[in-house]
Design a protein around this ligand. Structure first.
Ligand code: SF4
Length: 450
């Protein structure tokens, strides 16, 4: 699951209350302007941008959405299916290749090489070795990823075998991201995860033996049933697994999760998820423990080994407005300043590609000011941004442009700034998603995000 391609609803920035409950519709800012402003009527703009020559200074990446999972986690808000059979999966993968093929023929993409490839979901590791091998061969024949700096692949521990991992390595995956989330079986079961800790421990030696460039482990702070004691144990045992990077997300409750529906039907259920203050304390504790174990901060969510400070090419590219072809049902793309999303239901996606049409659903072309705000807020998630980058790219001094927002957040102890940098404090870093609406254009504030 890739949180960079989905989102929820921002709260008004003026209502920060550090100890409030985790509310339904909580925040993860993955894009700007908010998705609720994207519309079908803007689709002709996508056709225009795809017919136009690319900006040759812009990198290009490919996102492949594999929307299948063994079971739906109770906190999941992604477009996933748990009931598709092998022949439906085959149909989907065939059409995914066709979608990439259609893109490879448009003017904006023709002849360009891929800087990164990202297999997200859902669970890419759910598909069989045979399907995976065929998919990779067919994709590579349409758009090669030989020279890509990163091929990232999300895995659910219980779907991995030694031979499937071998296949994943052979198709060129460099960054393997393992959705561990927690190392306590009672918590995993309560939250509806399909895997157990035993499966994590089974696959880790295989992954290390295969020497992927980067092993990332995902954790979630604040799963239902979490306590200080269980979280401390998960953090310690994660360090023992010796990953190259560790990503910690705070549990959210967007509208469409099983938990949100339960909570909406029962007033007391909300208290089952830790409040924001507690989740930040857990997140901070994890970061402190990882720092002590020789990891350093790479973003508000991720820490990397100091001795091997691996880059996350996909994340950095998305946050610096690279072109991104998002393929698969409900995926998000960005080409030369135009955002667009694929059709979000299975049937429409399949029918559109069957008819050899790109399965486009809604879009939004962005203005120069929106592009600037988008990059500034997304890069703020890295913890520090440089004024010179924005001066060179947009001709704008961000310290002047966003002076009011920076100074308000400085007053709240969220950030500091120097002549050439804006730097989040640890307090700011741990709640960065809730600070970002401060910089939205007025017309996008207090609006629904998705
Ligand atoms: S593994 Fe769980 S959280 Fe991840 S995409 Fe599947 S259902 Fe959602």
């Amino acid at each position: 699951m890739d949180r960079n391609v989905e989102a929820t609803k921002p709260e008004p920035a003026t209502t920060r209350n550090e100890s409030r409950e985790t509310e339904i519709g909580s925040v993860f800012v993955s894009n700007y302007p908010p998705y609720s402003f994207w519309s079908e009527k803007n689709l002709p703009k996508v056709e225009n941008v795809l017919k136009s020559p690319p900006n040759i200074d812009t990198d290009l990446g490919l996102y492949l959405h594999i929307p299948f999972c063994r079971k739906r986690c109770k906190f999941c808000y992604f477009r996933v299916y748990v009931d598709k059979n092998s022949s439906e999966i085959e149909t989907y993968l065939d059409l995914l290749v066709r979608e990439v093929e259609l893109y490879s023929q448009v003017e904006a993409v023709k002849g360009r090489s891929l800087k990164f490839v990202y297999f997200g979901g859902g669970t890419p590791s759910y598909i069989s070795s045979k399907h995976l091998d065929q998919l990779a061969k067919r994709l590579k024949s349409v758009m090669s990823w030989e020279s890509a700096q990163e091929v990232a692949f999300e895995c659910e521990p219980g779907t991995l075998t030694q031979s499937k991992l071998q296949t994943i390595r052979e198709i060129g995956v460099t960054r393997l991201s393992l959705g561990v989330e927690n190392l306590n079986d009672t918590i995993l079961i309560e939250n509806g995860r399909a895997h157990s800790t035993k499966e994590v421990y089974r696959v880790i030696p295989w992954i290390h033996d295969l020497e992927f460039n980067q092993l990332n482990i995902d954790l979630i702070a604040g799963m239902v049933g979490e306590t200080w004691e269980s979280w401390k144990d998960t953090v310690k045992r994660t360090i023992d697994l010796n990953p190259d990077s560790i990503t910690v997300y705070q549990m959210e409750l967007p509208f469409n999760t099983v938990y949100s529906k339960e909570i909406l039907g029962n007033d007391n259920a909300g208290t089952r998820v830790a409040d924001w203050k507690t989740k930040r304390e857990w997140h901070n504790f994890a970061f402190e423990q990882f720092e002590a174990a020789d990891y350093q901060i790479s973003s508000a969510y991720t820490m990397v080994k100091k001795t091997k400070p691996s880059h996350f090419v996909y994340r950095n590219a998305v946050w610096h407005s690279s072109d991104l072809l998002g393929t698969g049902v409900a995926s998000f793309s960005h080409i030369n300043g135009v955002h667009f999303q694929n059709l979000t239901d299975w049937k429409s996606y399949i029918n559109s590609l069957d008819a050899n049409h790109l399965p486009l659903g809604r879009a939004l072309p962005t203005s120069k000011s929106e592009k600037l705000i988008r990059e500034m807020i997304l890069q703020l998630k890295l913890g520090r941004i440089k004024t010179t980058y924005f001066l060179e790219k947009f001709g704008v001094n961000i310290l002047e442009e966003f002076a009011a927002g920076y100074s308000k957040l400085q007053g709240e102890g969220m950030l500091t700034f120097t002549e050439d940098q804006v730097i989040l404090t640890r307090k700011g870093l741990l709640q960065v998603d809730q600070l970002l609406p401060e910089f939205y254009d007025m017309k996008y504030r207090n609006s629904r995000y998705t």
